[in-house]
Design a protein around this ligand. Structure first.
Ligand code: WTA
Length: 651
């Protein structure tokens, strides 16, 4: 364990009395208390039987011969089976006579609305898959998707899955440098993008970032061969002949059937931040991901034919993959999708859409909940939110105050609130309360989902007693777990199975109550969680040191009431230089995107280092938080530096 890991479990959150399951909800819940108990026991004691039964809900072109092959840390699920996720999410429902059922309702920031039935969505996906094939995309080729939250994003993901081309969705808020890194790391030669998106009434240019990223990739010997461009923002953008094709021109009337793929065929890569170096390409495969994402959606979000489910997460994040897209479609249920800012044209926008579309289940992030809370109860009170029956939270710890506000003001004291803990790596929710089963404890995620065996361990791998904080680990493999870090099995092993022998190491601290409720305490490594967006300090640091006036940089998180954490950068200038804070912020924005822009910058006279040259972030975190310095400073090369740093103005 590094020092930062030891120092991380410091802010134990207050938790509170439990709120019982509303009786009316329990009576109609998809999963009852008895079923949870039985299924959970079976899923842990006899995982093969349990998961086999769940997998039978889906179509397999070739049946699997073995449920699990576990060669730690490598798992293969539904071995030998052939399936297709696009087939299971679309064709299967249409063939069952549910083609007219609403699949997707989309609203743009400007107020335009589009709706797709399952039959229509299937048609769109099959035509797009045919266009991708014509473009030269083959089974196994990685396709980068860089789109706003528009139906074409959903369609593109499913079209890739249809032909067995793993997608790599890059969040539309990332800038050209981040797109280029991901293009190169995934060896992706095809891109799907748009002429632009809309946010707060302003155009978000996407195609120029793709052009720039393609130029950077080509310079490294990896040209982009084909770009599909959705016409969405009505922009007149340059198109490179031979490479760039308009979506509406490239797609004909012809359609492409779903291609059977091996259960372990890669479904997608999703780049996420680790504690060091470049983002990791988290690899998810087909069969296991499909089965567990569908099961968790069914159990946690309780979806039924009368529901309209709105998971507000962007498709650029894992939540946008598993719950804005795949989970609800695998169940044949209806998704709501919105492109735009949550406060445009005003703070009532979400509630206006809930009222107009009769949204029933809402799943969003604490950072959004806190910003609504700050703008008062009056705005939501102006809308009819009576259609809502269940609320969810994801992405970061939710403070009890925000939890209560969410339940009372948005949920009318009637809706259960589920706080779901999981990660890009886990593919699906791991810990939560089930809305019809478990009393909810504000500030505490809850109990394990089917097949998940959490353990709170110390550095030696010993299980800790109840209520003691330690490392959150998972003992058994589960179907939607990451299979590897793309192209780097060693990094996979080291990052997730190397820290403590034999268990999955999540990178979070946690404690567990006597009766099994797990409270997640936050990251124990150098991963930041800013407004629910995951960033590594190393990424921001390398963007900063690329600036000609910067010699060294150290980035830490600072607790922030609204964002959870804000980005605090200590910057050591090159000899004789005085970098300007505003310029540094703009510089990081241009490379990585606005999400990575440092909130606070200290142009530092020196950084606190050990004699061996390691930066002591523990102290920097304390300075950033405005706390008094605690801990042994004697290992520092120059302990006086801490005082000088604390006195330097923050910009
Ligand atoms: C944090 C997002 C507390 C955690 C699905 C985790 C949470 C990281 C919660 C993963 C929660 C996510 N309570 N912390 N309910 N949900 N986290 O990969 O630190 O973007 O390790 O996946 O977010 O972020 P990621």
């Amino acid at each position: 364990m590094t020092h930062s890991q030891q120092g991380g479990i410091e802010h134990i959150m207050a938790t509170e009395a439990r709120i019982p399951v509303p009786e009316a909800f329990a009576q109609q819940a998809n999963v009852t208390a008895e079923q949870y108990r039985e299924w959970y026991r079976e899923s842990v004691e006899s995982p093969d039987t349990f998961w086999d039964a769940r997998a039978r809900d889906f179509h397999w072109f070739t049946p699997y011969t073995q449920v699990l092959d576990w060669q730690p840390p490598f798992a293969r699920w539904f071995v030998g089976g052939e399936t297709n996720l696009s087939y299971n999410a679309l064709d299967r429902h249409v063939e069952a006579g549910r083609g007219d059922k609403r699949a997707l309702v989309w609203e743009g920031e400007g107020g335009d609305v589009r709706e797709y039935s399952y039959a229509q969505l299937l048609e769109e996906v099959a035509r797009t898959a045919a266009a991708l094939t014509r473009l030269g995309v083959k089974k196994g080729d990685r396709v980068t998707i860089y789109l706003p939250m528009i139906p074409e994003a959903t369609i593109s993901m499913l079209a890739c899955a249809r032909i067995g081309a793993p997608h790599s969705v890059v969040f539309g808020g990332f800038a050209a440098g981040a797109v280029a890194d991901r293009l190169m790391a995934s060896g992706s030669e095809f891109v799907i993008t748009a002429d632009g998106g809309w946010r707060k009434g302003e155009l978000v240019p996407l195609k120029p970032a793709v052009d720039e990223a393609a130029r950077l990739a080509a310079a490294q010997g990896q040209p982009v061969r084909g770009v599909l461009v959705v016409q969405h923002a009505g922009q007149n953008i340059p198109m490179q002949p031979g490479r760039d094709h308009w979506w509406h021109e490239a797609r004909g009337e012809d359609t492409q059937e779903a291609v059977p793929v091996d259960s372990e065929h890669p479904l997608f890569l999703l780049y996420t931040s680790g504690s060091t170096g470049k983002p990791k390409g988290i690899l998810h495969t087909t069969g296991g991901y499909m089965v567990n994402v569908a099961l968790t959606t069914h159990a946690i979000f309780d979806l039924k034919d009368s529901d309209l489910f709105w998971c507000t997460a962007d498709v650029g994040w894992i939540t946008g993959h598993s719950y804005s897209t795949y989970g609800p479609l695998l169940l044949g249920q209806s998704i709501f999708m919105y492109e735009g800012a949550h406060n445009h044209p005003d703070w009532g926008r979400f509630w206006d859409m809930v009222e107009r579309h009769r949204i029933t289940v809402l799943y969003t992030a604490p950072t959004a909940i806190r910003s609504f809370m700050r703008h008062g109860d009056e705005t939501p009170a102006q809308y009819d939110l009576s259609s809502l029956r269940l609320l969810g939270s994801v992405g970061e710890p939710i403070n009890p105050q925000a939890w209560h506000w969410y339940r009372r003001v948005i949920g009318g004291d009637r809706c259960p609130v589920v706080d779901t803990w999981w990660q890009t790596e886990t593919g699906a929710v791991m810990l939560t309360t089930l809305p019809g089963v478990h009393a909810a404890e504000p500030g505490t995620a809850g109990v394990p989902m089917f097949g998940i065996v959490p353990a709170i361990l110390n550095q030696q791998g010993e299980e800790l007693p109840a209520d003691e904080g330690g490392f959150l680990t998972i003992r058994q493999p589960w179907p939607s777990m990451l299979r590897t870090v793309y192209g780097d099995d060693e990094r996979f092993r080291r990052s997730y199975y190397g820290e403590i022998e034999g268990v999955y190491f999540a990178g979070d601290g946690a404690r567990r109550s006597e009766d099994g409720y797990v409270t997640v305490l936050g990251r124990v490594d150098d991963v930041l969680n800013v407004s629910g967006h995951r960033l590594s300090t190393a990424e921001v640091e390398s963007a900063l040191v690329a600036h000609p006036q910067v010699a060294e940089a150290a980035v830490v998180g600072r607790p922030d009431e609204m964002k959870g954490e804000s980005i605090f950068a200590f910057v050591l200038p090159q000899e004789g230089e005085t970098p300007d804070a505003a310029e540094l912020r703009a510089y990081v924005s241009r490379q990585l995107g606005k999400v990575a822009r440092p909130d606070h910058i200290v142009v530092a006279p020196a950084l606190p280092k050990t004699r061996s040259g390691k930066i002591m972030r523990r102290f920097l975190r304390q300075i950033a938080a405005g706390r008094t310095i605690e801990g042994d400073t004697s290992t520092l090369d120059d302990p006086g530096v801490l005082k000088r740093l604390a006195e330097t103005p923050v910009q």
